[in-house]
Design a protein. Structure first.
Lengths: 46, 454
């Protein structure tokens, strides 16, 4: 493409079918304890 | 609302396709074309609007490229998750997978901003007994269903004031995990005052993560984190934290600080920690009622945003120079990351995650401890007020009005229930300053990825 560079092709919609196993880390267990950040967490079920 | 979030940062024109999570770097003509496309204008109409600013051929190829991305489900993607998440939260089996054990409601520091009120959480000083802790781990195993990975955070107050119980509970957990086919991940959060070689050695063997509380520059740290008699704690803890971080190979730990109204130039604190050699850094805005003199106020937001921008630029420069470090709130996983269920259903407080007081009471999370209307049960009787669990279980991005129009909703999953409750008396509310800063951090995190992708 000439005008657009896409950084990631991962599509959230693709996680609808396979997601929801719940094995991932609980958000507050990492560092924060005062906010809620999930975008940086890893999936345990790749 | 718009299906995309467009912004310019550090020379990049960035487009987030909100519902697919796809991120596009675009040129200026495309940046201008996109809103017209979303309005539904035809190619010719877009050309007519923009032909005085850009060559017609460029406008047409830009429209064509945007059209292709739309066909591929990477642009102007619709939100199809609302029904799915409702079904998911209604049908999922409620299991507990994480506990925050309040090993000590006591502390050897007297931090000014402590939500635990010097460790006591609106209550009395107390240490958790091994018996209570053991029952908590038993409860976790019994209520975790088929979940294999279980998390336990040793929290306080200051957990090293009750260190023997921590060690005994780890030993008990290791014994039980074999019997029940589980895997415990232990975390310790400490202020470092009682940290010594024996503690470090034990943690390096047993703790999947350690959180080391330090605010940054000495004067900033010592002002907010004094001993009870007023002396600062920086000089005592820093050498120990540096040694600890090195002994963990600069991984699986965080130095974790809080910034307040008094150090709005907090990027200097982050960089101070980086200059000390720390590679895993989290420095976060204090959450406090606006009656507190150190609270973050609405008028502080522009300055804080500038600081995030400055920090992001410096992090890019350091990364390119081979001296990079991780900043927790700028970490974003664009290639993997959590599934949409996780992104929509929040932190799990009150359902998957519970806090346990020294005497064995359950609360939805550490920040609700001491608020009696949220007392959910205890280690002897289990969950005695399932209605509280159900209330938290129903909480998701779509039950929160403020999230519906927010581009960052898939990155904070609706924000912190405790913050929402403390500011709006409703766990489905929101904490406006926190939201504003969260959005800025997501923008910075994406911009960093863009810069490092070059």
């Amino acid at each position: 493409m000439e005008h657009i560079k896409t950084l990631n092709t991962k599509n959230l919609q693709n996680t609808v079918k396979k997601g929801g196993c719940g094995e991932c880390q609980t958000s507050c267990q990492s560092a924060c304890k005062t906010s809620c950040t999930v975008g940086n967490q890893s999936c345990e079920n790749k | 609302m718009s299906l995309i979030h467009r912004y310019q940062s550090n020379g990049y024109n960035i487009v987030l396709d909100i519902n697919s999570g796809c991120i596009h770097l675009v040129d200026l003509v495309t940046y201008e074309v996109l809103p017209f496309m979303e309005e539904g204008l035809s190619e010719q109409e877009i050309v007519d609007r923009l032909k005085d600013q850009y060559p017609e051929a460029d406008i047409r190829t830009s429209v064509s490229e945007c059209g292709k991305l739309k066909e591929q489900g990477m642009l102007f993607t619709r939100d199809v998750y609302e029904n799915i998440i409702e079904e998911f939260t209604e049908n999922r089996q409620t299991v507990v997978k994480a506990l925050c054990l309040h090993i000590a409601h006591d502390c050897n520091l007297a931090c000014r901003y402590c939500f635990a009120e010097e460790g006591e959480y609106h209550g009395r000083r107390a240490l958790m007994s091994f018996e209570v802790g053991k029952k908590a781990l038993d409860f976790l195993i019994a209520n975790s269903g088929s979940r294999k990975n279980l998390e336990v955070d040793f929290f306080g107050g200051e957990p090293l004031m009750n260190w023997q119980v921590v060690k005994d509970l780890v030993a008990y957990g290791r014994e039980q995990e074999k019997l029940h086919n589980k895997k415990f991940r232990f975390t310790l959060t400490t202020n470092g005052v009682l940290l010594n070689d024996e503690v470090m050695e034990f943690c390096n063997k047993e703790m999947g993560n350690v959180v080391l509380s330090v605010d940054g520059r000495k004067e900033v740290h010592d002002y907010m984190r004094p001993f009870r008699k007023g002396a600062g704690s920086y000089d005592l803890i820093i050498p120990k934290f540096r040694k600890f971080a090195e002994s963990r190979n600069q991984d699986k730990y965080y130095v974790r600080g809080t910034f307040t109204h008094h150090n709005l130039d907090f990027s200097k604190d982050v960089l101070h920690l980086a200059d000390l050699g720390f590679k895993q850094i989290s420095v976060e805005p204090v959450v406090a009622a606006d009656t507190e003199e150190y609270a973050i106020r609405e008028e502080d937001i522009p300055k804080i945003k500038e600081e995030y921008d400055a920090l992001a630029k410096e992090m890019i420069a350091r990364e390119k120079a081979g001296k990079g470090f991780n900043f927790f709130h700028f970490m974003i996983d664009l290639t993997g990351g959590p599934c949409v269920y996780k992104r929509l259903s929040g932190c799990g407080s009150g359902t998957e995650y519970l806090a346990v007081t020294p005497w064995g009471d359950f609360y939805p999370c550490h920040q609700f401890v001491g608020e009696e209307q949220f007392l959910m049960g205890n280690v002897d009787k289990g969950i005695t007020r399932p209605e509280i669990r159900d209330q938290f279980g129903k909480c998701n991005v779509y039950t929160k009005e403020a999230c519906k129009d927010c581009f960052a909703r898939f990155y904070c999953s609706g924000g912190c229930a405790a913050n929402a409750y403390h500011f709006q008396k409703d766990i489905n509310g929101n904490y406006g300053i926190g939201c504003e800063l969260q959005r800025k951090r997501v923008e910075c995190a994406i911009m960093i990825k863009a810069a490092l992708a070059e």
